[in-house]
Write a protein that binds this ligand. Structure first.
Ligand code: 5GP
Ligand code: ZN
Length: 115
């Protein structure tokens, strides 16, 4: 999608610190990390948010959450102690980039509830 910063990252049109990539998704370090480990996992395809997902996206979401996130959590060293996966959605959900992304946060004790 034109003018979508995460589409541009997915297409390598703007630089990012990519930690994982396959045909369907890409994971890269957040520009403003909120924890020692803070990566964003995004579908390469433009989807605005979890609300925009359709039946056709089931395999994509499963791939990200079943395959990629746990593998990354292990590789990044946070699987054992624990981590958080967050998909901020909409304005009150705190979504600032309108391209679906899963934050993977870890490496410190995370507080609950979020602010
Ligand atoms: P949201 O607030 O939408 O849940 O999360 C968007 C995240 O994207 C924020 O944590 C922000 O730091 C990150 N971000 C925004 N623009 C860029 C960018 O150009 N590069 C990278 N690596 N992260 C970005
Ligand atoms: Zn996009």
């Amino acid at each position: 999608m034109a003018d979508c910063i995460f589409c541009k990252i997915a297409q390598h049109e703007i630089p990012s610190s990519i930690v994982y990539e396959d045909e369907q998704c890409v994971a890269f370090k957040d520009l403003e990390p909120q924890a020692p480990v803070h990566v964003l996992v995004i579908p390469k395809k433009h989807v605005e948010s979890v609300l925009a997902l359709t039946d056709a996206d089931r395999a994509l979401v499963a791939h990200i959450l079943v395959d990629v996130v746990p593998q990354l959590a292990r590789e990044l060293g946070v699987a054992e102690k624990g981590f958080r996966v967050v998909a901020n959605t909409g304005d009150e959900g705190g979504q600032s980039v309108k391209h679906l992304h899963f934050h993977l946060l870890g490496g410190r004790s995370l507080q609950w509830p979020p602010g």
